[in-house]
Design a protein around this ligand. Structure first.
Ligand SMILES: *Cc1c(COP(=O)(O)O)cnc(C)c1O
Length: 397
């Protein structure tokens, strides 16, 4: 009992000192503790009115004129430039469109095509989110390379003269482990190969530093920590000095140097536009653009500091409330190895999560035995964290 009171008081102190607490107002939330923002971010308050305007006025009244007058045609690059500072990229290197899966395909095949022909192997993160692995297998088959799954820790020793490209997840979707992007990128480069990073579970939660660390290519989704909405389009980063060598396996008319020239032969546009394929999904794109406004004036470094404080506090509350042996954290304790989620292994995790959700604590379950709790610093507070740990202890007890 005294532990409960102590942690609750501590949560109050932490919330009072939290410089980001007011950002919660920028979202539509109820009294549920929402710890699933790493799967589907909450709704930013400005999105419904924007979508209404896009549909009724831009589409309903301006119709075809909106491609020009409402900036529809240039939205993929414009919104890419809005995402750029969140992942440490200068403008002109990110284009938004298609799903993460499709962008993994574009990036990986393009990376292999940049590599010397003699390099006949692709390395893929053996612990990857499944879609990346499926796409890598197909990309390897298409490009006549062999595919070798290795854990991120094994990458340095697996690299060599045969390596064409390496596909890695920045944060492990299941355990929340953060991989060492600067060191792994440097190791891949030292071997003369190209690296593709999947940022789905890091962008919007922690600094990525794409330009600073010389990353070649990167992809990520926008519906997790970037709150773009269900199925919102993903993004593709191609480092500026590689853009002229980016040979897309999906060269559509939107990435043509002269899209309205309607030419029979393909000629790639220069710049990030080269990553486009076909007509962009404007409704989702513009909902995303409105959603990104919650980042105005917010530093990713501050978000990262709060994220670590939230996950630290959650682990501490779980340690105090949940009897020993009922759960085991599979998320690294070291800050340098932790993303913005905590994954707890426990018996009957699927059932336990159902009961948590019924009691207003929303996380998710990942087979076979993991309870996953994502902490979105823009709208999750310390009292939420304390309540989640308390309800978890009651549910298990
Ligand atoms: C969420 C996620 C995806 C999702 O890909 P979609 O094409 O958007 O379905 C891909 N990779 C990783 C690492 C993810 O976490």
């Amino acid at each position: 009992m005294s532990e409960l009171l102590e942690a609750a008081a501590e949560a109050g102190r932490l919330d009072a000192a939290d410089g980001l607490a007011a950002l919660r107002e920028r979202f539509v939330l109820d009294d549920v503790v929402y710890l699933d923002g790493n799967s589907l971010g909450a709704l930013p308050a400005g999105v419904p009115a924007r979508v209404e305007d896009v549909v009724r006025r831009q589409w309903g009244e301006l119709r075809i004129r909106s491609w020009e007058e409402s900036g529809w045609w240039t939205a993929p690059e414009r919104i890419g430039d809005r995402i750029a500072p969140l992942v440490g990229a200068a403008s002109g290197q990110i284009v938004v469109g298609d799903s993460t899966s499709v962008n993994v395909f574009k990036a990986l095949v393009a990376a292999v095509r940049m590599a010397d022909v003699g390099r006949d192997e692709i390395l893929v993160d053996a612990t990857t989110f499944p879609t990346d692995g499926y796409i890598a297998e197909s990309a390897a088959r298409m490009t006549g390379r062999s595919l070798r799954p290795v854990t991120p820790a094994e990458v340095p020793s697996a690299l060599g003269d045969r390596t064409a490209a390496v596909l890695l997840n920045h944060v492990d979707y299941r355990t929340g482990r953060l991989h060492d992007l600067p060191a792994l990128t440097a190791a891949v480069h030292a071997a003369g190969a190209y690296v593709v990073w999947d940022l789905c579970h890091s962008a919007g939660a922690l600094p990525v530093g794409l330009d600073e660390h010389g990353v070649d290519l990167a992809v990520g989704c926008t519906y997790k920590y970037l709150n773009g909405g269900p199925g919102s389009p993903a993004y593709l980063y191609v480092r500026r000095d590689l853009q002229d060598r980016f040979d897309s396996p999906l060269p559509g008319w939107n990435s043509h140097a002269e899209p309205f020239g309607m030419r029979p032969a393909y000629a790639p546009a220069s710049g990030a536009v080269r990553g486009r394929v076909g007509t962009p999904d404007i409704l989702s794109l513009l909902a995303l653009e409105a959603a990104l406004e919650v980042w105005d004036g917010v530093s990713v470094e501050a978000v990262r500091a709060k994220s670590l404080a939230l996950t630290d506090f959650f682990l501490r509350c779980v340690g105090e409330y949940v009897p020993d042996g009922l759960v085991e954290s599979v998320t690294p304790a070291a800050h340098a190895e932790r993303g913005s989620q905590v994954a707890l292994r426990c018996d009957d995790a699927g059932d336990v999560m159902k009961r948590l959700v019924e009691r207003g604590v929303v996380g998710d379950f990942r087979a076979p035995d993991v309870l996953r709790f994502g902490f979105t610093p823009l709208y999750v507070g310390f009292a939420d964290v304390e309540r989640a740990a308390r309800v978890l202890a009651e549910t298990l007890g």
